[in-house]
Structure formats: structure tokens, C-alpha cells
Ligand binder design. Structure first.
Ligand SMILES: *[C@@H]1O[C@H](CO)[C@@H](O)[C@H](O)[C@H]1NC(C)=O
Ligand SMILES: *[C@@H]1O[C@H](CO)[C@@H](O)[C@H](O)[C@H]1NC(C)=O
Ligand SMILES: *[C@@H]1O[C@H](CO)[C@@H](O)[C@H](O)[C@H]1NC(C)=O
Ligand SMILES: *[C@@H]1O[C@H](CO)[C@@H](O)[C@H](O)[C@H]1NC(C)=O
Ligand SMILES: *[C@@H]1O[C@H](CO)[C@@H](O)[C@H](O)[C@H]1NC(C)=O
Ligand SMILES: *[C@@H]1O[C@H](CO)[C@@H](O)[C@H](O)[C@H]1NC(C)=O
Ligand SMILES: *[C@@H]1O[C@H](CO)[C@@H](O)[C@H](O)[C@H]1NC(C)=O
Ligand SMILES: *[C@@H]1O[C@H](CO)[C@@H](O)[C@H](O)[C@H]1NC(C)=O
Ligand SMILES: *[C@@H]1O[C@H](CO)[C@@H](O)[C@H](O)[C@H]1NC(C)=O
Ligand SMILES: *[C@@H]1O[C@H](CO)[C@@H](O)[C@H](O)[C@H]1NC(C)=O
Ligand SMILES: *[C@@H]1O[C@H](CO)[C@@H](O)[C@H](O)[C@H]1NC(C)=O
Length: 397
């Protein structure tokens, strides 16, 4: 049952990325390099899953603003200690995408409580004890690419790039990248990325990178190598895998962030195999059957604001805005918004947004929004309301 959700969500992210025409974000590099689980079983299913989910939400909040997160939830044998580290060249949007990919894979360790995942853009680990200072361990190793670059110039430049990155990291917030040209003009350069987790100190970081650089240097003459260490990650390649310096946000970026947020919420439905979540900027639903044409259901309902506006001018304007949005949306790609002025004198207006899922036909969209507008009108005289329907979403505010 859990598998169904996880497989679906991986397919979803691939689809979303393929469907986006303008690439305003770079590459979250969310391919898994290696995923491993510990063998400690949980002691109490409900305690462990609650601790895990809460901890991941806390870490997500930190990752969204700083690219790094560390948190502890609960105590005793089912406590959850978690860490997530994005590599320095990921934008915060890409970081959240990489995190949410790892977040959906880690629960596969269940009933084991501990796991680590190295993705190409970020690292995540969970345990039932404090591992935050650890920087070395028996499983530290390198993974080498399978293409050989026989030219000695490449090997020289790779070695120089690795050592440049290692010496730059401790003075640069635990992160560095280096690009070193191969001396013979026609050849492409070598690219190196090195990143320590922010929870370890400078001397642990240096020790970790020295071990990592020794182990990936043994990958040569392979064209690529990655070191997966307890406290750091390092990669060299003859292909430029760096992300450009992040640009500015846009509505599409907010859509992606909303999507990533939804994707981390849905796995909390486990052990149920379906779920839906209404966020203020998006809707997401997963099932083990085709629900794409559904537009009504027994759970259609409204959520009210808690402030009351008794003035009849507001209520009249709200009803006009609702009816305008509902009549525009079905013929406008399922989406419309309306603004109606309540009072020009005090610059007071009411706003309505109506949105059908794009899988619905025009007539199902209309039927869904008509139901939603009746429900949402029932929120009045509350100053705010949201209708959460099977096939559409309507917001008044
Ligand atoms: C799990 O923990 C909950 C809350 O502490 C408790 O009510 C429940 O009985 C425990 N279950 C088992 C199997 O120990
Ligand atoms: C972690 O879990 C294992 C086995 O499930 C248990 O033996 C160990 O005591 C736990 N660690 C802590 C710090 O509670
Ligand atoms: C750095 O952290 C390691 C591991 O916790 C510790 O052994 C070492 O004393 C620390 N070094 C400094 C300079 O704080
Ligand atoms: C090399 O690795 C790539 C990616 O892991 C794989 O697709 C390819 O088949 C491998 N080639 C050989 C010759 O093993
Ligand atoms: C690699 O280079 C060595 C000498 O530099 C040469 O003898 C060998 O044939 C080359 N191998 C390949 C696969 O090109
Ligand atoms: C890196 O550290 C691990 C764990 O201590 C050790 O097994 C390995 O031999 C070290 N590798 C190198 C290249 O020093
Ligand atoms: C991002 O936005 C800020 C303020 O809106 C602007 O000053 C800056 O030039 C923009 N940067 C890019 C890369 O577009
Ligand atoms: C979906 O899962 C439920 C519960 O596990 C099962 O009863 C149902 O047959 C599944 N539906 C499909 C289409 O596989
Ligand atoms: C909206 O649809 C639901 C589900 O069919 C139904 O229970 C509800 O009465 C409808 N509400 C209105 C206001 O028509
Ligand atoms: C109204 O809702 C807001 C946000 O949900 C909350 O912060 C506030 O305390 C609530 N006010 C009352 C009077 O319930
Ligand atoms: C009314 O409010 C809007 C948005 O809050 C603002 O842009 C506009 O300048 C205001 N107009 C007046 C006349 O205060």
C-alpha cells in the first residue's frame, strides 16, 4: 500500500518537471545515489510515525529558508533525530524539491527507524540517537563512474580540482566547488563539488574531506566519482553538473514550492493508500484508482473564517463576486478570479478565486463550482471562506 503512494509521487514529480515549459528553477539533482537503512526496528508504530512526520515538517521549515535542517522530536527509543543538507549550489526551491524526494523515500526503511539517503543535490539521515557530530564511519566509500578517461592531463586536472575544493571548504560555510581546465587546450575541464554537513565543526569537516578526496582519487582514471561519507559529500566529473547562480522567484516557482509541500504532507496518510490535501496555492490527490473525472463527493465542505462582517454591502458584493468567478471559470481553462468593490470611500473590496482541476470537462467544472458557491455563500457573514470540493476549490476573502 505504501509503495503505491511512493511510486505515484515519484512519477508525479517527473511529470511536473517535464510539463514545465520555462525552466525557472535549475536542477534539484534529486536522483538517488545511494539509499540505506539501519536494522533497528520501531518499538511503537504510532509513536514512531508521529515523531517522524513531525520532525520532517520541522526540518522542512528550516530547509526552506537556509538549505539545512536539523531537529529532534520525541524521546526514548522511538525518538527521531533528523538532518537534511542541501549542497551549496542548489537554490532554495531546488533544495525543497530534493528534500521532498528524500522525504518520500526514507519511510521505505520502515519498520527500521534509521536511514540515510545521498541524492545528487542533498543528503538526509534519521536515527533514534544524536548523530549530528559524526563525520566518519565504517560505511564511508566512493562510487566510481564506468567511463574511463585515459588521458593523463585529465587526471592531473581532476587531482588539482579536488585539492582546490578541499582547501576552500572550511573557509566557505562547509561548501565549495572548483573548476580546473585540462592543460591541453581542446579538452574539457574537471568539476568538483565538496560539502560538509553544517552540524560538524571545521576540524571534523577537514578530516571528512581528506578521507573523501583520498577515496574519490582512487576512482581515477574514471571520468566521474562520488564520495559518500558520514559527514560530507564530494563529487568530481568531466561533465558540468553545477547549477547556475539562482535567479528570482515567480508564480511558477511558488507552484513548485506548493507542490513540494503537498508531496511531503501526503505520505502522512500511511498506512492508508490514498490522500488529498488542499493548500492555499494548490491541491494534490493520490489514489489507487482513476478519480480524475470525479467532481463531487460526500466530503465537499467549506471552511469558515472567524471574523464576522455584518454590513449588508459586504454580503451583497461577496455574492456578486462569487457569481462572477463561477460563471467565468468554466470557459477560462477552469480558472477565474473576481474583485468587487464594497466601498470606494474606504478602499474596501472583496475577492473570489475559483479553480477546477484541469481533468474536468466544462460541464463538470460548472457543476462543481455551482455546488461550491452555494456552500461558500453559507459562510457569510464570515469575512472569509473556502470551499473544498472533490473537483474544485473556491476562496472568498
Ligand atoms: C503506543 O503508544 C501509545 C501512546 O503512547 C499507547 O497508547 C499505545 O498503547 C502504545 N502501543 C503499544 C503497542 O505499545
Ligand atoms: C534505538 O533503537 C534500538 C532498537 O530499536 C534500541 O536498542 C536503542 O536503545 C534505541 N536507542 C535509543 C537511544 O533509545
Ligand atoms: C569537533 O568535533 C569533534 C566531534 O564531535 C570533536 O571530537 C572535536 O573535539 C571538535 N573539535 C573542536 C576544535 O571543537
Ligand atoms: C554505465 O553506467 C550507466 C549509468 O549508471 C549505465 O546506464 C550504463 O549502462 C553503464 N555502462 C556500462 C558499459 O556498464
Ligand atoms: C591508455 O593509455 C595507455 C598509455 O598511456 C595505452 O597503452 C593504452 O592502450 C590506453 N588504453 C586505452 C583503452 O585507450
Ligand atoms: C576513510 O575512512 C574510513 C572509515 O574510517 C576508512 O575505512 C577508509 O579506509 C578511509 N579511506 C581513506 C581513503 O582514507
Ligand atoms: C531579483 O529581484 C531583486 C528585487 O526585486 C532585483 O534587485 C534583482 O536584480 C533580481 N535578480 C535577478 C537575478 O533577477
Ligand atoms: C485500492 O486499495 C483498496 C484497499 O487496499 C482495495 O480494496 C482496492 O481493491 C484497491 N483498488 C484497486 C483499483 O486496486
Ligand atoms: C454539494 O455536493 C455534496 C455532495 O454531492 C452534497 O452533499 C451537498 O448537499 C451539495 N451542496 C449544495 C449546496 O448543493
Ligand atoms: C481567528 O483565526 C486566526 C487564524 O486562524 C487565529 O490566529 C485567531 O486567534 C482566531 N481568532 C479568534 C477570535 O478565534
Ligand atoms: C487601495 O488599496 C490598494 C491595495 O491595497 C492600493 O494599491 C491602493 O493604492 C489603495 N487606494 C487608495 C485610494 O487608498
Amino acid at each position: 500500500m505504501k509503495r503505491a503512494i511512493l511510486v505515484l509521487s515519484v512519477t508525479f514529480i517527473a511529470l511536473v518537471i517535464l510539463l514545465l515549459p520555462d525552466v525557472l528553477f535549475a536542477d534539484p539533482r534529486s536522483q538517488t545515489v545511494e539509499f540505506s537503512c539501519g536494522t533497528n526496528p520501531e518499538h511503537n508504530f504510532s509513536v514512531f510515525t508521529r515523531n517522524f512526520a513531525t520532525n520532517m515538517d520541522t526540518i522542512l521549515g528550516q530547509v526552506q529558508t537556509s538549505g539545512f535542517g536539523i531537529a529532534v522530536t520525541g524521546s526514548g527509543p522511538d525518538a527521531h533525530y533528523g538532518l537534511a543538507q542541501c549542497y551549496g549550489d542548489l537554490s532554495l526551491v531546488d533544495c525543497v524539491l530534493c528534500f521532498s524526494q528524500g522525504r518520500t523515500i526514507l519511510p521505505q526503511c520502515y519498520p527500521g527507524t534509521s536511514g540515510r539517503i545521498y541524492l545528487d543535490g542533498c543528503f538526509m539521515r534519521g536515527e533514534n540517537y544524536s548523530f549530528f557530530q559524526e563525520y566518519t564511519g565504517p560505511n564511508d566509500h566512493a562510487i566510481c563512474g564506468n567511463i574511463t578517461r585515459n588521458d593523463s592531463a585529465f587526471q592531473e586536472s581532476a587531482k588539482r580540482a579536488i585539492s582546490q575544493a578541499v582547501s576552500a571548504v572550511p573557509n566557505n560555510n562547509g561548501y565549495a566547488r572548483a573548476r580546473v581546465a585540462v592543460t591541453q587546450a581542446a579538452n574539457s575541464p574537471t568539476y568538483v563539488l565538496a560539502n560538509c554537513w553544517r552540524s560538524i565543526n571545521a576540524s571534523s569537516c577537514r578530516a571528512c574531506l581528506e578521507n573523501a578526496s583520498a577515496s574519490i582519487s582512487r576512482c581515477l582514471p574514471s571520468s566521474e566519482g562520488r564520495a559518500l561519507n558520514t559527514g560530507c559529500f564530494m563529487r568530481y566529473s568531466d561533465i558540468n553538473f553545477f547549477n547556475p547562480i539562482p535567479g528570482n522567484g515567480s508564480s511558477r516557482v511558488f507552484c513548485i514550492l506548493c507542490y513540494a509541500q503537498a508531496r511531503t504532507v501526503i505520505p502522512q496518510c500511511y498506512p492508508w493508500n490514498g490522500g488529498k490535501t488542499y493548500l492555499d496555492g494548490c491541491f494534490m490527490r493520490l489514489e489507487n484508482y482513476s478519480f480524475f473525472q470525479e467532481y463531487t463527493g460526500p466530503n465537499n465542505h467549506a471552511v469558515y473564517g472567524n471574523i464576522t462582517r455584518n454590513d449588508p454591502a459586504f454580503q451583497g458584493s461577496a455574492r456578486r463576486a462569487i457569481s462572477r468567478a463561477v460563471s467565468d471559470a468554466p470557459n477560462n481553462n477552469g480558472y477565474a478570479r473576481a474583485k468587487v468593490i464594497v466601498s470606494r470611500a474606504v478602499n474596501d473590496s472583496v475577492y473570489v478565486l475559483a479553480n477546477c482541476w484541469r481533468t474536468l470537462s466544462t460541464s463538470y467544472c460548472r457543476a462543481c463550482l455551482e455546488n461550491a458557491s452555494t456552500t461558500i455563500s453559507g459562510c457569510l457573514p464570515s469575512s472569509e471562506g473556502r470551499a473544498l470540493n472533490t473537483g474544485c476549490h473556491e476562496v472568498l476573502g
